[in-house]
Design a binder for this molecule. Structure first.
Ligand code: ADP
Ligand code: K
Ligand code: MG
Length: 458
């Protein structure tokens, strides 16, 4: 069975390829494949518009799929109304980097990806999506947009490593934090519409014919699973990360889950999956390097208590998730607001405890920096060789040599795991805290808010 948290994208890809032959002719002659020249004036004008802060309510306001045709058009028009500004702001922000950085081929590749995506959206500007054909073409544009930006992270990582002589590390971290957090929102908006499209279109076209429904998707509203079980995600990620370890190092650490494994809440499965994968990679790697791979990683799922009636804050100003980012951080001025608190569930804290020796104080200072890593393939291999000394202090590495090696199937190396994991957690008001017992092990606290009693949101 395909894990549920992958269905949204797999499903859209599958369906996109099924529908393509039928509509190819129309598409060729349509706006879906056309582009418009993007002038500097257009970029500046769009980028100057205020950023629409994405809320969870935005993602669910069109209803529970299958959507009616008019709700699907509303979702498309809403998506179209906010994406051009978001893309233009990313383009501006890239152009504001030092010239020598912008001219790096990898960074300029990202710039041209954004220009391309904006050029595919502009032909739609000032139009109203109000027909099945237009909505279908628009969804193709969204699929294209998501695919165009799929490899952004390794490309940006390589670009900034190559340009590091000319950059100030604090400024790079600031840029990447803003860029990658904004990307989370943009991607979410596009993927939400794609998912709503593919879970509604078969129903709209069925015209009273019975259609096969996928029971495992019944709890989904687009990319949000209203009954997401963190323990299931953890087991899935344990298998994936365990396979990497087994394949590369011949050992497979294990996870024990305690607390409330049956807990479910409304969240975005791909976000949780990303975060858990990165945290497990770190815990597994530390355990292997310390030759503690037989000690299980202990994961505690601790739902937060429901607030009592007295604790409920009636002030609507306070009835909002407090943090979530499109910008830098809560003190940096660019804080977005998320959904009414009345709709939010308290959520859960997930503690990931390993016996991998903890993090040294000098490393600890840098763990949230993009690109900072202590990973060396050699060190893991050494620690697995009988008689090899414990964790001989390896020089701080950077990920340049590892980026091209085998991409996603490495245990570590880009140094993006913690900072990007935290960006995902914070997007809807959660967070990540790392507590190291140097010499012993590490506790990571991942907190996530439930995205709300979604049934009540429209
Ligand atoms: P990467 O894993 O690619 O190095 P991360 O951002 O995930 O990047 O982690 C940065 C660094 O933090 C790691 O290289 C490692 O030195 C340290 N670290 C993170 N988690 C742990 C852990 N559970 N135990 C020991 N060290 C850790
Ligand atoms: K890091
Ligand atoms: Mg990592």
């Amino acid at each position: 069975m395909i894990p549920r948290f992958q269905v949204a994208t797999c499903g859209s890809r599958r369906l996109a390829s099924l529908t393509r032959p039928i509509y190819q002719q129309q598409l060729n002659a349509s706006r879906a494949l056309s582009t418009a020249a993007v002038t500097d004036e257009v970029v500046m004008e769009l980028a100057a518009k205020p950023l629409h802060r994405l809320t969870l309510a935005d993602l669910v306001k069109h209803g529970r799929p299958p959507l009616s045709a008019s709700s699907l058009y509303r979702s498309a028009n809403f998506t179209l109304s906010i994406l051009p500004t978001r893309l233009a702001q990313r383009i501006q922000s890239l152009r504001n980097l030092p010239f020598i950085v912008v001219t790096n081929p990898h960074i300029s590749k990202i710039h041209s990806n954004y220009m391309h995506s904006l050029s595919t959206l502009l032909p739609w500007a000032q139009t109203e999506i109000d027909s099945v054909e237009a909505e279908r073409e628009f969804t193709e544009v969204m699929v294209n947009l998501v695919q165009t930006h799929a490899d952004t992270i390794p490309i940006l990582a390589r670009g900034f490593l190559e340009a590091r002589k000319y950059t100030n590390p604090a400024k790079v971290t600031r840029f990447l934090d803003e860029h990658l957090r904004a990307r989370i929102g943009t991607r979410l908006i596009a993927e939400q519409h794609i998912a709503l499209h593919y879970s509604s279109l078969p129903h709209l076209e069925a015209q009273n014919r019975p259609i096969e429904t996928d029971e495992s998707m019944a709890s989904f509203i687009g990319v949000i699973d209203t009954a997401l079980c963190p323990a299931t995600v953890i087991r899935h990620c344990e298998a994936v990360v365990g396979d990497i370890c087994e394949f590369k190092y011949g050992v497979r650490p294990h996870v024990v889950i305690n607390g409330e494994p049956g807990y479910t809440f409304a969240q975005i499965p791909v976000h949780l999956e990303y975060i858990i994968t990165e945290l497990l990679k770190n815990a597994f790697r530390a355990s292997i390097e310390k030759r503690m791979e037989r000690e299980p990683i202990e994961i505690t799922i601790a739902p937060l208590p429901e607030p009592t009636a007295q604790q409920h804050d009636e002030n609507p100003e306070h009835n909002e998730f407090s943090v979530s980012y499109d910008g830098i951080d809560s003190s940096g001025g660019s804080v977005s607001y998320i959904g009414p608190m009345a709709e939010a569930t308290p959520g859960v804290t997930i503690r990931i405890r390993d016996r991998g020796g903890g993090i040294s104080p000098e490393t600890y200072r840098h763990i949230w920096d993009y690109s900072f890593t202590t990973f060396s393939e050699e060190q893991i291999q050494n620690s697995l060789t009988p008689g090899a000394g414990e964790g001989a202090d390896n020089p701080m590495m950077d990920g340049l040599s590892l980026i091209s090696s085998d991409g996603g199937s490495t245990l570590a190396g880009l140094g993006y795991g913690l900072p990007l994991g935290r960006a995902y957690a914070e997007y809807f008001g959660g967070g990540i805290a790392v507590q190291s017992l140097w010499g012993w092990g590490t506790d990571v606290y991942l907190s996530l808010k439930g995205v709300g009693r979604v049934d009540g949101l429209w």
